[in-house]
Design a protein around this ligand. Structure first.
Ligand code: FES
Ligand code: FES
Length: 150
């Protein structure tokens, strides 16, 4: 079945089953591999994208649930003010280790900063608690979010 979806400002028609997760539409149909698969059960945050600006787990978001919503992925987050500030802070603080979790981390952090320009430590912990990093970059992530907020 064909679904019309909007990703990073571009319309796409994708012919997939209605219950296909957005993650696989992005990666396998549209070839946008910046969004990562980790657990497939909304437990790790690796697959985080924005849907109408809200950080959302694409592994459990079915394509038929999107409707007119606007999807933003890591490929375009740098075109937003919050996303650009987060990406710069990530580089300044050398946050990344292996990198696998980091697109999801950046998407969650960008959504936080867009909705809350001056987050407290508690706000950061609350917004980022669902994004797991096996390399343990949590301290640098927190510091980078604070830098971006400046
Ligand atoms: S792959 Fe979606 S939360 Fe882990
Ligand atoms: S940087 Fe390696 S899992 Fe987070």
């Amino acid at each position: 079945m064909a679904f019309n979806i909007n990703v990073n400002g571009n319309p796409h028609s994708v012919d997939v089953d209605a219950d296909t997760p957005l993650l696989w539409v992005l990666r396998d149909v549209l070839g946008m591999t910046g969004t990562k698969f980790g657990c497939g059960m909304a437990l790790c945050g690796a697959c985080t994208v924005h849907i109408d600006g809200i950080a959302t787990r694409s592994c459990i978001t079915t394509v038929d649930s999107l409707g007119e919503s606007k999807v933003t992925t890591i490929e375009a987050i740098g075109t937003t003010a919050a996303g650009a500030a987060i990406q710069k802070a990530w580089l300044d603080h050398e946050v990344v280790q292996c990198g696998y979790c980091q697109s999801g981390q950046i998407m969650s952090a960008s959504a936080l900063l867009a909705s809350n320009p001056h987050p407290t430590d508690a706000d950061i912990d609350d917004a980022m608690s669902g994004n797991i990093c096996r390399c343990g970059t949590y301290v640098r992530i927190r510091e980078a979010i604070k830098l971006a907020a400046q």
